[in-house]
Write a protein that binds this ligand. Structure first.
Ligand code: HMG
Ligand code: MG
Length: 286
């Protein structure tokens, strides 16, 4: 069996809750993060400092960050698309910030209202400020295999944007199958192109599970040497600008899948099950 450590980055409080149709109470968000903190994560993505007009669900980002109990050893991260978001995140002592680009021009326009090239220019001052303040910077590439507006995305397009984010100083690039339509074959071809640019240890997989193939895609990525995966307690998630996208792959499933293959994750499965139950209770009634 394989061995070694795999990092699971928990994204339910951000990717999960941003997509709920009803507004979740700030206290419930704090409780979710606190339950997750108990599980032993290295990193939890807590919220986004984005425009409340674009994503009303994340409007309470400062209150959530200020309200959580921080476990030593866990890094609490947030999305920061521009300097305004970065400064707001810094004011409440976010441990890690993330910028988010797309391999698809249409998704970039829909999600952050600018082209890919413009987004890189907007991220440049954020990256510089993160470096100056010694705040770790993560980068996301959305639509690495499929776009809800353009269909299939060329592996070279994903590799190009990943390279641009790495050049901005991102210590890790999370590769997003935003709408969960990636097949293992497409994911493998995408990874092959990205790995020509960036080493596997600087990459993470971010698989939405719309088609139920996220675990197969993780298996392909593990084979390619990736050792970090984003997952969501209770399988919560989606993106308001990616119609039809289901949640991220369920953390409990990823944890069990990795354990069965001989990897360690450092997570407590029982506590995780408790956090996942609470996460699911926050879901809007279908
Ligand atoms: P814009 O309209 O081009 O920017 O939006 P703007 O600078 O003209 O600002 C518009 C309004 O937002 C203004 O307010 C600003 O003050 C305000 P108004 O005058 O209209 O009242 N504003 C802000 N407010 C709070 N915090 C800020 C901020 N910035 C501006 N930081 C912008 C550009 C990027 C701001 C907007 O498009 C936006 O917020 N987009 C966020 C979209 C988003 O959060 N999507 C979900 C996360 S990405 C995702 O889920 C994918 C991922 O999971 C990976 C995967 O699955 O692929 C990461
Ligand atoms: Mg996502």
């Amino acid at each position: 069996p394989a061995s070694g450590h795999v990092t699971i980055v928990e994204v339910a409080p951000r990717d999960g809750l941003q997509n709920e149709s009803r507004l979740v109470d700030t206290e419930d968000k704090i409780r979710l993060v606190d339950l997750l903190s108990d599980c032993g994560y290295e990193r939890i993505e807590v919220t986004s400092f984005v425009s409340p007009r674009w994503v009303p669900q994340m409007a309470d980002a400062p209150a959530v960050m200020a309200g959580i109990a921080r476990r030593p050893g866990t890094r609490y991260a947030a999305l920061t698309p521009n300097m305004r978001g970065f400064e707001a995140a810094r004011a409440v002592h976010v441990d890690e910030v993330a910028i988010f680009a797309s391999a698809s021009e249409s998704f970039s326009e829909k999600n952050i209202n600018c082209s890919i090239a413009e987004s890189i220019e907007r991220f440049r001052p954020v990256a510089e400020a993160a470096r100056n303040h010694h705040i770790p910077l993560r980068g996301y590439v959305s639509c690495v295999v499929e776009c809800p507006y353009e269909g299939a995305i060329a592996p070279a397009a994903a590799a190009r944007v990943a390279r641009l984010l790495a050049d901005l100083g991102c210590y890790e690039i999370s590769l997003g199958d935003t709408i969960g339509r990636g097949t293992p074959e497409a994911v493998d071809a995408m990874l092959s192109a990205v790995l020509d640019e960036i080493v596997a240890t600087k990459l993470a997989g971010h698989f939405h599970d719309t088609s139920g193939r996220a675990l197969e895609n993780i298996a392909v990525a593990l084979e390619r040497g990736l050792r970090a995966f984003d997952a969501s307690a209770g399988g919560l998630g989606g993106c308001p600008y990616a119609p039809g996208a289901a949640g991220n792959v369920d953390t409990l499933a990823v944890n069990a899948f990795l354990k069965a293959r001989g990897f360690s994750t450092g997570l407590d499965a029982e506590k995780l099950a408790r956090a996942a139950r609470f996460a699911r209770s926050l879901r809007s009634a279908a």
